[in-house]
Design a protein around this ligand. Structure first.
Ligand code: CU1
Length: 566
């Protein structure tokens, strides 16, 4: 299966045409499309990070001006929506354009369509954000009914997804065009990762689209009096779990293809990386019931099946830990390390890209252990709906993904704009601030969660209840963590703003990807066949969801009327 290494498949990419003297991407039309997507992502991130610091203080019962339940739930919704849906989706779309263009070395197929997707997604985002800020959609990012938002929240969110579907279409078209032109090569690894993300996303969003179109939009428009909360939650988590893989697979793609290169080493195994992405395609979606362990109406047997699938999806992350540590050891030894462990110290810890990703990986290992606990039916009951949960996803989503995307920005910006990073000291210290702040924030949240502190509650003192005293001593520490995270986020935003507003441009560094040790796969072999794996993934979803949803539909159903507390 393994072919001899083909340097052109994954090696250094010179994106200029053979006759074009300039290898630089600067000024090309596709870079504008990518930068527009990154721009929306980073703006959303900056706003959401600013909102978050107030929440962390509020949870510590700090006396903030304007502190009220209404503002608290409005801000939790805005933070979750901007971080989980806007920052991530736009960032992944931007990254997709970059990886498609530079790894396939051909124009993006449907750049104009890509712009259309961008505008549709942006219009939807602005619509949803406007009603959130107006206080008409304080339904949190999970928008569980019967909590009811203004219809424009649901319509806006749907448009964001529709915009991302257009991006998916452009990615698939670009891939297919490349395939026609280059039948003898396996798809380059960066594009392999993007295609896996596309497949995960299309299959996942079918769930949320069904929830929006059949349940939430008609109900919020008043065409229907009531809504079925369990069915809505089931469709949400069909989407909600693979959503995290839609962020994580592109993050992993950066870890596999760029990190070893930037560390000065090689990718330990190209086929293993491809296998990991295929496993994500197969197992990302049929796991959603692990978010519904306490929901009635779904039998324990089906929850168990989704639990087992959840443990399968841990496996590609173990492979990733193994492959990437091996890749970094190769880098450390290439940098002159000879001892058993001193290769760790040889790695470029002062480089912002490397430090971001390495620290993100470190924190992800903690998040993974927590995830295994969450997925276990019995242990889940202990931490269900407690502060533990927010502690968990700030390690995984907030750091494994968030910090990776920040680090990726340091790598992308000079290559897309031709401008060297400004404020390099800020960029160097930012990942460490994030690391320290996140550990303080998340460890405290895990601990207070075990003490019983609920998540998503405005008044963490529970009106002065004695049970709350045990955790109130700790929440101050998580608030300090929140302030450090905010400082880190602002360092990141400052570097981005200073870099893009810099008038002086230089030579853009080349987009270079890691070479694999051993070789890559042969074109058209099993790991190179996305159509086959998409069909297999659909079969998995049907097996995992057809009966539970059929069961919910055939039961006697009691709809709930809408509820807006504010
Ligand atoms: Cu999940």
């Amino acid at each position: 299966m393994i072919d001899r290494y083909d340097a052109s498949a994954t090696g250094v990419i010179d994106i200029g045409a053979a006759t074009d003297k300039s290898p630089s991407a600067v000024g090309a039309s596709w870079t504008k499309l990518a930068l527009a997507n990154f721009g929306v992502a980073i703006t959303a991130f900056g706003i959401a990070a600013t909102i978050a610091v107030m929440q962390a203080m509020s949870r510590a019962n700090a006396d903030l001006p304007f502190r009220s339940p209404r503002i608290f739930y409005l801000s939790v919704t805005a933070h979750g929506f901007l971080m989980a849906l806007v920052f991530t989706t736009f960032f992944v779309m931007g990254l997709g354009y970059v990886f498609a263009r530079v790894s396939l070395r051909r124009p993006i197929e449907g750049e104009r369509l890509g712009w259309m997707g961008f505008w549709v997604a942006l219009a939807g985002t602005l619509m949803a954000v406007a009603v959130i800020l107006a206080g008409k959609a304080s339904v949190l990012y999970t928008f569980y009914p019967p909590l009811e938002a203004h219809p424009l929240f649901y319509i806006g969110t749907t448009l964001l997804v529709v915009g991302s579907w257009i991006w998916c279409f452009v990615m698939v078209q670009s891939y297919r065009a490349w395939r026609r032109e280059t039948p003898s090569k396996p798809v380059p690894l960066p594009m392999h990762g993007i295609m896996a993300s596309v497949i995960v996303w299309v299959l996942a969003t079918l769930g949320v689209a069904a929830e929006m179109i059949f349940l939430l939009i008609p109900w919020s428009l008043g065409f229907r009096e009531t809504v079925d909360p369990v069915l809505a939650r089931t469709l949400f988590w069909w989407f909600g779990h693979p959503l995290v893989y839609f962020w994580l697979v592109p993050a992993y793609t950066l870890w596999y293809t760029v990190l070893p290169k930037e560390a000065g080493g090689k990718l330990f195994s190209d086929p293993l990386a491809r296998l990991v992405f295929i496993l994500f395609v197969l197992f990302s979606t049929p796991v959603g019931l692990h978010h519904q362990f306490t929901d009635p109406g779904i039998t324990a047997g089906w929850k168990l099946i989704h639990t087992m699938n959840t443990y399968v999806i841990l496996f590609p992350s173990f492979i990733t830990a193994f492959t990437l540590i091996a890749s970094l050891e190769i880098a450390g030894r290439a940098r002159g390390a000879t001892g058993l462990f001193n290769w760790v110290a040889r790695l470029p810890w002062r480089e912002p890209f490397f430090a971001s990703i390495a620290l993100a990986m470190l924190i992800f290992s903690l998040g993974g252990i927590g995830g295994a606990i969450n997925a276990a039916y019995g242990m889940n009951a202990v931490i269900h709906n407690t502060a533990w949960v927010q502690g968990h996803f700030h390690l995984t989503a907030g750091t494994a993904t968030g910090l990776t995307f920040m680090g990726a920005t340091y790598w992308l910006l000079p290559r897309l704009t031709g401008k060297p990073l400004r404020l390099p000291a800020f960029a160097a210290v930012q990942p460490y601030l994030w690391f320290v702040g996140m550990l303080m924030f998340s460890i405290v949240n895990h601990a207070t969660g075990l003490m019983g502190m609920p998540r998503r509650v405005f008044d963490a003192s529970y009106g002065g209840h004695p049970a709350a005293e045990s955790w109130l001593a700790w929440t101050g520490l998580s608030a300090i963590g929140g302030v450090i995270l905010f400082a880190s986020a602002m360092c990141f935003v400052a570097v981005v703003v200073a870099t893009i507003t810099n008038r002086r441009g230089g030579d853009a560094p080349a987009f270079a990807f890691a070479e694999p040790v051993g070789g890559t796969i042969r074109a058209g072999t099993i790991l190179d066949r996305f159509g086959f794996w998409t069909i297999a993934a659909v079969v998995m979803i049907v097996l995992a969801y057809a009966y539970p949803i059929f069961d919910l539909l055939r039961m006697e159903r009691f709809g709930a009327p809408g509820l807006s507390p504010f």
